[in-house]
Design a protein around this ligand. Structure first.
Ligand SMILES: C[S@@+](CC[C@H](N)C(=O)[O-])C[C@H]1O[C@@H](n2cnc3c(N)ncnc32)[C@H](O)[C@@H]1O
Length: 512
């Protein structure tokens, strides 16, 4: 992951915030010594040292000069010469051949002169460097993004153990974004999570105990705490989800392994709960977990969660892959668990992120006898189905958690997405309600992109669109599963989110 050192003055906080989000969205590891959303950072000697360390370790050094900066260049004894400290730390490495990119120093126009900026410019000139003037904060963001692309295209992404697909190196995501705009194709949802920013947004949503997703996920149980269910007509007890899974595993031939494939693992918190619970009920089986996702960040996070939640002898593998590729699941089953049937977990309405029927076809094709598939999805709920008042004209509501997700890829262009340019509409889909999100580019965006590698690729009024399926209808999901799998078991669980709002999830266990 490329390390970026981002330096800015207090007056540039907004531009710096956007640049940080854009670089985040591209997968960079950004260091800002000031919290971009906070007030001034206290200054002391340890900060000066930290700055020098961070700058010397950075791959890309971006500095934005602004009139609000203070302090003379040489005043190091009073800890006020960060500009020189940080620049020097990077520059020394550059001069010794330890860096690939020259520093990017940009300066915004100002009405009043600032001797500190002039003094620093003179100090830079003695090192054959000069700040480049940029007309606006938005141009600064675009230049920062360009510097990242220039670097990222010149290096290979390292790969540890496990399966690895180059498609998810960040600049391919960016190419895919352009391809979708030009061909008017829908931008695949998976790319939203694949960037570092997308992954972070997902972790925040899933972990926020006050939000809808966090509340539902936090209340999830598997096993003893499952509420008892009875058939409303016969009064006969319906087995709980865990009971049903255990009954199916009991039919597996051979009894030494418990392979679990987590498709679209996210933070895998609930999947880890399931694994732990099964491990306790089946102590004779050795748990092996394969985490599949398009996000390196989420896989890393999930593997820690699974290791912490399950017993010590659990083996955790990963696959950075697109499970929508029809060959993937078949290959994984053949290579990763050739000797045993397995449990495939597909939780968190991920079915709504993809072409749901094509996915069901692919899985049904790939699964072998005794393999189990557990799908979780969101049921038609008490949520309002019409756009909320603020979005009456179809403009996307900034409170909508998907706003930030969708804004992330726009930021990878170096653009600052505006709410007024984002639309949200709804229509019926085969299994539920399809929501369509789009971002319409304006002539201002086209202007900002002039001179970048995207010049000429985006035109005024061109747009990028993504779709998401929500509010699945249980009967439709059940019918779709029944026509593809031999055994299906449907279960529902309701989670109160507020006094008046209950979210119901549907669980569909399918066997072949
Ligand atoms: C809605 S989140 C659910 C996460 C997790 N299963 C849970 O329930 O908390 C969807 C996850 O699937 C991943 N994902 C979406 N489409 C994918 C694809 N085509 N291939 C691999 N992973 C994908 C995303 O990166 C994300 O981590």
């Amino acid at each position: 992951m490329a390390k970026v050192f981002l330096s800015f003055a207090g007056g540039d906080r907004e531009a710096a915030l956007y640049a940080q989000s854009a670089l985040d969205a591209l997968g960079a590891d950004v260091y800002c010594y000031q919290d971009v959303s906070d007030r001034d950072t206290p200054v002391n000697t340890s900060l000066s040292k930290k700055l020098a360390n961070e700058a010397s370790e950075a791959d890309i050094f971006i500095m934005l000069l602004h009139n609000s900066m203070g302090g003379p260049v040489e005043a190091d004894a009073e800890h006020r010469a960060f500009l020189r400290y940080e620049f020097d730390a990077f520059y020394q490495q550059l001069m010794s051949g330890g860096k690939q990119c020259p520093p990017v120093i940009l300066q915004l126009p100002s009405n009043s002169p600032n001797p500190a900026v002039d003094e620093f410019a003179a100090w830079l000139a003695a090192r054959d460097m000069a700040p480049e003037r940029v007309p606006s904060g938005q141009d600064f963001v675009a230049k920062a993004v360009r510097a990242y692309h220039a670097f990222a295209l010149s290096v290979e992404t390292p790969c540890a153990f496990g399966y690895f697909d180059r498609t998810y190196v960040e600049h391919y995501i960016d190419d895919e974004l352009i391809r979708c705009i030009n061909t008017r194709a829908v931008f695949p949802q998976r790319f939203l999570y694949a960037t570092a920013l997308g992954a972070r947004l997902w972790l925040e949503l899933a972990g926020n105990r006050n939000g809808k997703i966090g509340k539902v996920y936090g209340a999830f149980t598997f096993g003893s705490k499952e509420p008892e269910r009875r058939d409303p007509e016969t009064g006969v007890r319906i087995p709980g989800l865990k009971e049903k899974v255990l009954a199916e595993i009991a039919k597996w031939p051979g009894g030494s392994e418990l392979p679990v494939i987590v498709l679209g693992c996210g933070d895998a918190r609930r999947e880890a709960t399931i694994c732990r619970s099964l491990q306790e009920s089946l102590p004779q089986r050795r748990l092996r977990v394969l985490l599949v996702d398009v996000s390196k960040t989420l896989i890393g996070h999930a593997s820690r969660v699974v290791k912490e939640t399950t017993h010590e002898n659990t083996r955790v593998d990963f696959a950075l892959l697109d499970f929508e590729d029809p060959r993937i699941l078949r290959t994984i089953l053949r290579e990763w668990c050739a000797r045993s049937p397995c449990l495939v977990l597909f939780l968190g309405n991920t079915l709504g992120n993809i072409n749901e029927l094509r996915f069901l076809d692919n899985v049904a094709d790939a699964l072998r006898p005794h393999d189990l598939l557990l799908i979780e999805t969101v049921k038609d709920s008490a949520e309002p189905t019409a756009p909320q008042p603020a979005t009456a004209a179809g403009v996307m509501n900034p409170e909508d958690p998907r706003f930030e997700f969708f804004a992330a890829p726009i930021r990878t262009f170096g653009l600052v997405p505006r709410r007024q340019q984002m639309r949200r509409t709804q229509e019926a889909s085969l299994l539920g309600t399809l929501e369509r999100y789009s971002y319409v580019f304006t002539s201002k965006d086209v202007e900002t992109l002039a001179g970048s590698r995207y010049a000429g690729k985006v035109s005024d009024q061109s747009q990028i669109e993504l779709v998401n399926i929500q509010r699945m209808v249980p009967a439709k999901l059940e019918a779709a599963a029944k026509s593809r799998f031999t055994g299906t078991f449907i279960s529902e669980r309701s989670y109160p989110v507020t006094a008046s709002h209950v979210v119901t999830m549907i669980y569909c266990l399918a066997t072949k």
